[in-house]
Every structure is written in structure tokens, then in C-alpha cells.
Design a protein around this ligand. Structure first.
Ligand SMILES: *[C@@H]1O[C@H](CO)[C@@H](O)[C@H](O)[C@H]1NC(C)=O
Ligand SMILES: *[C@@H]1O[C@H](CO)[C@@H](O)[C@H](O)[C@H]1NC(C)=O
Ligand SMILES: *[C@@H]1O[C@H](CO)[C@@H](O)[C@H](O)[C@H]1NC(C)=O
Ligand SMILES: *[C@@H]1O[C@H](CO)[C@@H](O)[C@H](O)[C@H]1NC(C)=O
Length: 450
């Protein structure tokens, strides 16, 4: 969801146009939803001038692009308050800047009163002292900058027609402010003279402890989910989540757009692996995977493909075959496309020429290949539509609506519900692009061209 690439990997004009686009669009977004709050805007403008803004530009761009067809993001969207976990600070469980972590909780009701859905927010990763420092001026690195209320849509919606199976559950959105999928843990906050806290693992533990107290400990059914970097965190923490709950609780995990492929890019380089390598080293994420790192490089252990092999809890993997974030940052990262011949194709799949399309089909095949073992698991669920999109659970237009994408005539919400409640075996693999007319394909041209 987030263009987590370093400044040096982008052409300068691209960076500035993205930054400007972001400021403009963030202000619009903010004004429409919550009214102008200058104090945050100032922070964003500042950060924009530090250029690394596009670190999370993708996330906002994604919001807007998906928001487009949703129409005016209006006042009828239910908003849910932020809760900060101030006492987490005593355990050193803090955001990159040292501020308290937080979450949004909406209580369940009726038959859902004892069921819990925990969603882990996404937002890319930071891989250097500089890129993590930039996040301190944003919601992705500091609760000082987090929105005090957020809309709960898609899988978080409390409207039964938009979220048929989970609408009345207790629902939590855990905010992401550590830059390493809730998995880093570095004791010292002094990173060569820069103060930065790498404490994602402690944030996970502190927030789970608080939720257990608030009723999660008595859950009858529980689902851990998340998208993008939060989807990866869902893989990483799935069995931990299971272990926190009583044996009689039905616990499952569901990752949206968290299956990042450890593949080669268009120039033959392993760009994503070297990027992950920096994240993992910087935040000492390898400690999370003691078994894996005895067998392979720590950076390889940070891929869902490896993590899933040891997960014992029932799992569902949702991924678009042409995941827009992965196409932009794994398949055709800017460093590997100095002529920018992929730029148009990266913004909208409809712009891809036949040669690029062939490469995208190869990406889809590689994705399917790396999922082939998981597909055999009897407790596993899978949904891979042939759409150009990233994160499909947190918008009602992609999760469950009359114009949502369908595979085998099922929306994502229906497929996930069928799997969670054991109504049907769910392994829905779409035919290759452009065969599915129900796809919601992102068109990212506008925000990038400001
Ligand atoms: C999405 O949900 C919002 C808020 O409930 C609603 O206003 C909007 O019409 C919905 N859009 C679709 C496509 O269902
Ligand atoms: C859904 O959430 C909104 C905002 O949190 C609240 O105003 C509304 O009453 C809720 N609807 C139901 C059916 O609980
Ligand atoms: C701190 O500096 C040393 C020596 O230049 C370097 O090896 C190390 O990676 C740096 N640490 C961080 C967190 O940047
Ligand atoms: C697809 O599902 C919808 C409702 O979920 C149903 O009305 C429709 O008849 C189904 N179409 C086919 C071809 O099965």
C-alpha cells in the first residue's frame, strides 16, 4: 500500500510531483472528512519538504483512488475514536518517536457481542534511520499525528448489508507506527545519534494485553486480520494470537495483500529482498524467526511464503494477482526502470502494453506457484482475483457491495465468511486479466500527475 522505496531510488521530479500530489490530496481528504485541522497539515507539509512523503503516499493515494467510486466520502461514514495506550510506555512499547501506541475499538452487539475481529493497519516499512525519522512527523510513526477518529468500512463496518458476517462483532483497528510490521525490537533508542524507537513487537504485546482485559480474553470466536504491512504482520503474529486465547475459542487469521512475493524485478535484481534485508537488520526483526534464520537469510524469513510454512492456526490468504503495490515496488521498482517505460503501466493496468502484460502474467504465475503448497491445506482459504488493486477488505466497494469484484460469483466477504464458519471450502482463483469484468482496478494516474 505504501511506496516504501528510498529517496535515491526515485527520479527527483517523480518525488516532488508525488509529494505535491500528496499534500494537495491529503488536505482535501482531511477537509472533507474531518474539517481542516491546520496543526496536522503543517506536519504533513513539513514532511513533504523532507521528500520522503511518498513513503506513505501510496496509502493515501490508495485511499483516494478507492474512494473515488465510493463517491463523496461524506459525513454518513461512521467514525470510531482512537484510544491511546499510555501505560504501554512503561514497557517501552512506543511508536518510532516515543509516543504511545493506539487502537480504535467498536464494541460488538447482539449475537456478535462475544466475538472479536482485530485488524492490523498497514503502511509499508522503513529501512533506514532517515526513512524512519521521516515517519515521526506522520501517523505512521507517531500517535501525535494520528487521526483521532477513523471510518470503519468494509470488514470493519457495522452495517449488515455491507459486512454480513462480522458487522456485529467487537472490532479493533490497531494503528501502525513502528515501521516493521509490529515485529522490530531494539533496546536502545539511540540510532547513531538519532532518537528512534524500534518497538513493534512490544506494541503488539501491549495492545493485545489491553484488548484481553477489555473482553478479548473471553472471546468465543476471534479473527486476526490486517492489510499490506498489517497483512504481513497477520502472518507473523497469527500463532501468537491463537496462543493468547483459551483453547475453546475458535481462532483464525486472514491476511489481505500481505503475501509479498520474493521475486526478481524487471532488471533481474532482487530489489524487495534487499529492501527487506535493511528493514530486518535495522529493527532486529530476525529475532522473531529463530528457526528460520538458522536455515536462511533473515531477510528471506520476513516473507509470508516462509512464515506460512510454520503457521498452525487456520489461515486465509487474500491477494490480487496484480497487486498494485507489488507491481510498482517489487516487479518494476523505479531503480530498475530508469527510462520509466513502466510508469504508465504501474499506474493503471489498462496502460500496460502486450510485453508488459506478459510480464504481469508471469508475476501472477509466480504468485500462484509460491502459494501452491498452501493451497493444499484443508483448513486454509484462498481468494485471488485478477484485479489491479491493493488492500480489498477495508473499503466497502471491494469487500462487499453490489459492484464488488466477484470470483465464482462470490464477493470477498462471502468467501471469507464461508471459510471462517466452515460453510464451504474456499479456494477461489480467478482466470487471468482481463477476464473478470467485476474487477475494481485502481487508476493511479491522477495523484501522481499533480
Ligand atoms: C460505502 O459505505 C458508505 C458508508 O456507509 C456509504 O455512504 C457508501 O454509499 C458505500 N458505498 C458503496 C459502493 O456501497
Ligand atoms: C455503527 O457505528 C456508528 C458510529 O460508530 C454508530 O453511530 C451506529 O449507531 C452504529 N450502528 C449500529 C447498527 O450499531
Ligand atoms: C551506525 O553507524 C555504523 C558505523 O557507521 C553503521 O555500521 C551502523 O549501521 C549504523 N547504525 C544505524 C542504525 O544506522
Ligand atoms: C450470483 O450471486 C447473486 C447474489 O449473490 C445471485 O443473485 C445471482 O443469481 C448469481 N449469479 C449466478 C450466475 O449464479
Amino acid at each position: 500500500m505504501v511506496s516504501a522505496i528510498s529517496v535515491s531510488t526515485l527520479q527527483r521530479w517523480e518525488v516532488s510531483s508525488m509529494a505535491i500530489g500528496l499534500i494537495h490530496q491529503h488536505r482535501l481528504w482531511w477537509r472533507r472528512r474531518w474539517g481542516a485541522e491546520r496543526r496536522y497539515t503543517v506536519g504533513w507539509v513539513l514532511a513533504a519538504f523532507f521528500v520522503g512523503v511518498f513513503l506513505f503516499a501510496g496509502s493515501r493515494i490508495g485511499d483516494t483512488a478507492v474512494g473515488g467510486p465510493r463517491g463523496n466520502p461524506s459525513s454518513d461514514q461512521p467514525l470510531v475514536d482512537l484510544t491511546l495506550v499510555e501505560n504501554a510506555k512503561t514497557k517501552g512499547a512506543v511508536c518510532l518517536d516515543g509516543s504511545a501506541p493506539g487502537y480504535h475499538l467498536q464494541r460488538g452487539f447482539g449475537s456478535g457481542a462475544d466475538n472479536w475481529l482485530v485488524h492490523l493497519e498497514g503502511g509499508g516499512w522503513c529501512h533506514s534511520v532517515d526513512s524512519c525519522s521521516l515517519r515521526k512527523f506522520t501517523p505512521l510513526g507517531s500517535s501525535e499525528h494520528m487521526e483521532r477518529q477513523v471510518p470503519f468500512l468494509g470488514i470493519l463496518s457495522n452495517i449488515s448489508s455491507q459486512n454480513p458476517d462480522f458487522y456485529n462483532w467487537n472490532k479493533v483497528k490497531v494503528r501502525y507506527c513502528d515501521g516493521a510490521s509490529f515485529s522490530g525490537d531494539v533496546e536502545s533508542e539511540d540510532q547513531n545519534g538519532t532518537i528512534l524507537y524500534f518497538r513493534g513487537q512490544r506494541i503488539w504485546e501491549a495492545i493485545m494485553a489491553e484488548l484481553l482485559q477489555k473482553g478479548l480474553a473471553n472471546a468465543k470466536q476471534a479473527l486476526l486480520t490486517g492489510c499490506s504491512a498489517g497483512g504481513l504482520a497477520t502472518f507473523i503474529h497469527c500463532d501468537d494470537f491463537r496462543a493468547l486465547l483459551p483453547e475453546e475459542t475458535a481462532v483464525k487469521c486472514f491476511a489481505d495483500a500481505g503475501f509479498f512475493l520474493n521475486g526478481k524485478d524487471i532488471s533481474g535484481k532482487r530489489f524487495i529482498e534487499s529492501f527487506y534485508d535493511k528493514v530486518v537488520q535495522l529493527q532486529e526483526v530476525g529475532k522473531r524467526f529463530p528457526d528460520c534464520i538458522s536455515r536462511m537469510k533473515p531477510s528471506q524469513c520476513f516473507f509470508a511464503e516462509e512464515i506460512i510454512k510454520s503457521i498452525k492456526t487456520p489461515f486465509f490468504i487474500l491477494n490480487a494477482a496484480y497487486d498494485s503495490w507489488q507491481i510498482q515496488n517489487i516487479l518494476a521498482p523505479a531503480v530498475s526502470d530508469p527510462q520509466q517505460s513502466w510508469l504508465k503501466c504501474k499506474l493503471s493496468i489498462q496502460n500496460c502494453d502486450s510485453k508488459q502484460m506478459e510480464i504481469l502474467q508471469g508475476f501472477r504465475s509466480d504468485l500462484l506457484k509460491s502459494l501452491s503448497e498452501f493451497k493444499q491445506r484443508s483448513d486454509g482459504g484462498m481468494y485471488m482475483n485478477s484485479c489491479f488493486v491493493h488492500c480489498q477488505t477495508i473499503y466497502n466497494v471491494t469487500w462487499h457491495s453490489s459492484n464488488s469484484p466477484r470470483v465464482n460469483n462470490k464477493t470477498i466477504a462471502e468467501a471469507v465468511g464461508d471459510w471462517f464458519f466452515g460453510r464451504k471450502i474456499t479456494k477461489d482463483i480467478d482466470c487471468p486479466y482481463p477476464c473478470n469484468p467485476t474487477c475494481f482496478n485502481l487508476k493511479l494516474a491522477q495523484p501522481y500527475r499533480m
